[in-house]
Design a protein around this ligand. Structure first.
Ligand code: SAH
Length: 505
């Protein structure tokens, strides 16, 4: 018998008493949220192979927020149902976190333990990771076959109501049945809740169904979130592969999945539109918006980084070193780019080098390296080293960026740096930027004859920079091309000057 405190109506309980794995006092209900997946494809117990979970066993998985359990309330040749229970520990969730001042109780009294939310997606990703990736070593052909599947979500928050729920699943071929849940049966006057008991039916590959759930459950829940990492875009693309692009509500899905962080949504939407060329008009609008924001606020620093990124992206580089990386602004853009790119175009190794231990510490903090996914962590490396000494760790790079660094080197050390960069590191291409001293007259606050930064040992005119760069190119066997960065003035040129060196074959 189920526990007397169990809040789940009998009709909704997918666990006939005989098979309930958590009888009586152990029953975690109502502290659960429940998902069941059923099939009627004979022999239905093949579902166990597809999910990599044996139908006769209760299996538990520790999660950072509690525990996930998988069991089969029914398992026979005609019908097989797998259930995923989540026991979310609400106190564990907030342990060690600072309290919110305006709603101090909210972190203890909330719906998270009772509803399908991003915790369920995290659990799906962990517990059914093999199935989600479409792999099945025992029944590979079955993993590729659309089979009749039914999903039940006992409490799914649907901000946007049933209409929005249907807009999410129906374009993907699901039949949707939704029962609204009232807030409290004892107080009907409190009215409807945002929660629905939902049944979804489709004939579909299990991996596709799991990826739809993985993305769309948090989208429907639309819970507020304070921080979303750039990794989320990577996850959205990974799990949205093959369907999100063609979904009529893809922009809304991206927007909600990325918790309305406009800058992330813009990247995602632009990528989605670019991927299939479907919606060039919308893409234009987004690009224009981006440009407007840029024009209002863009700093020279950002323009410079964008100019560098443009060169790097155009040459499809795999291994990049940022020499004199400072606090890691370029590294950050490179990491983002590597998270977004298709595998064939992905930057695989990003190395930042700086002589200053302190700025590398700041870079480590700003890049939140320990919070990156293992894949992203493996791509990034920070090295403390001086650019005027040869360093055996710095070899085999497609491209080197040296952004606003040379002017920090004493002129009599420049020759040593040239050998390090062009002879020892010897990347296929190198981008060097430096201030154009002619432009300094345009800075109202800069007294005549002063450099832009106290640590600058020199600043060059366009002619001086080009003479240096042409000489280097010739001595070390590179071709060089010059570009302007920032608004160009007819008389004094642009604020930043850039040289792009390419190794001659
Ligand atoms: N490239 C970064 C930082 C530019 S500031 C950006 O564009 O934001 C210049 C950086 O060069 C500083 O972080 C400084 O510590 C570093 N630097 C100066 N001399 C160096 C040397 N000899 N070797 C390595 N880094 C050096």
């Amino acid at each position: 018998m189920r526990d007397a405190r169990c809040a789940m109506p009998d009709a909704q309980c997918p666990m006939p008493d005989a098979r309930c794995p958590m009888p009586n006092a152990q029953c975690p209900i109502p502290n659960i949220m429940l998902l069941t997946i059923s099939t009627t494809r004979v022999p239905a117990t093949d579902l166990g192979y597809l999910l990599h979970k044996h139908p006769d066993r209760l299996q538990c998985f520790p999660m950072t927020f509690g525990q996930a359990s998988v069991f089969y309330p029914e398992a026979n040749a005609e019908k097989c149902t797998a259930a995923l229970l989540l026991d979310v520990d609400p106190v564990g969730l907030v342990r060690g976190k600072s309290k919110s001042d305006d709603r101090p109780l909210e972190q203890y009294v909330n719906d998270r333990p009772y509803v399908a939310s991003s915790f369920l997606s995290v659990a799906l990703g962990k517990v059914f990771s093999t199935a989600l990736s479409g792999r099945c070593k025992d029944r590979p052909e079955l993993a590729e076959t659309p089979i009749p599947l039914t999903v039940n979500l006992s409490v799914l928050p649907c901000r946007g109501g049933e209409k929005f729920l249907r807009e999410m699943f129906e374009p993907l071929g699901y039949q949707v049945a939704a029962k609204p849940l009232i807030l409290d049966a004892q107080f009907p006057e409190w009215g409807a809740s945002p929660y629905f008991s939902v049944e979804l039916q489709n004939t579909i590959r299990l991996a596709d169904l799991l990826s739809h759930l993985y993305v769309l459950i948090p989208v429907l829940d639309d819970d507020k979130h304070y921080w979303v990492s750039d990794d989320e875009i990577e996850k959205l693309f990974r799990h949205g592969e093959g369907w999100l692009n063609a979904h009529p509500a893809r922009e809304q899905i991206a927007d909600r999945y990325l918790k309305r962080q406009r800058h992330l949504t813009r990247i995602a939407v632009a990528q989605l539109a670019e991927a299939d060329n479907l919606d060039q008009e919308k893409l234009e609008v987004y690009h224009q918006q981006e440009e407007e924001v840029l024009e209002q606020r863009i700093s020279l620093n950002e323009q410079r980084l964008d100019a560098v990124m443009e060169v790097l992206k155009a040459s499809n580089v795999k291994r990049v070193v940022d020499l004199g990386c400072g606090e890691g602004k370029l590294l950050r853009l490179l990491l983002k780019e590597s998270a977004l790119a298709k595998p064939s175009q992905r930057i695989e190794q990003i190395t930042g080098v700086d002589v200053s231990h302190r700025v590398l510490e700041i870079a480590t903090e700003r890049l939140q390296i320990e919070r990156l996914s293992p894949a992203q962590q493996s791509r990034i490396q920070l090295i403390q080293s001086s650019l005027i000494y040869r360093d055996s760790r710095l070899t085999d790079f497609d491209a080197a960026a040296v952004i606003e660094v040379i002017e920090h080197l004493d002129l009599d050390r420049l020759a040593a740096f040239e050998r390090v960069l062009f002879e020892f590191v010897r990347p296929k291409s190198a981008i060097v930027t430096t201030p154009n001293i002619e432009y300094n007259v345009k800075f109202e606050n800069l007294p005549a004859g002063k450099f832009r930064h106290r640590d600058h040992r020199f600043e060059w005119t366009r002619a001086e920079f080009q003479t240096w760069a042409n000489g280097v190119a010739e001595r070390f066997g590179f071709a060089v091309e010059f570009r302007c960065v920032g608004t160009e003035d007819a008389e004094v040129g642009s604020p930043t000057q850039m040289a792009i060196f390419t190794q001659c074959k």
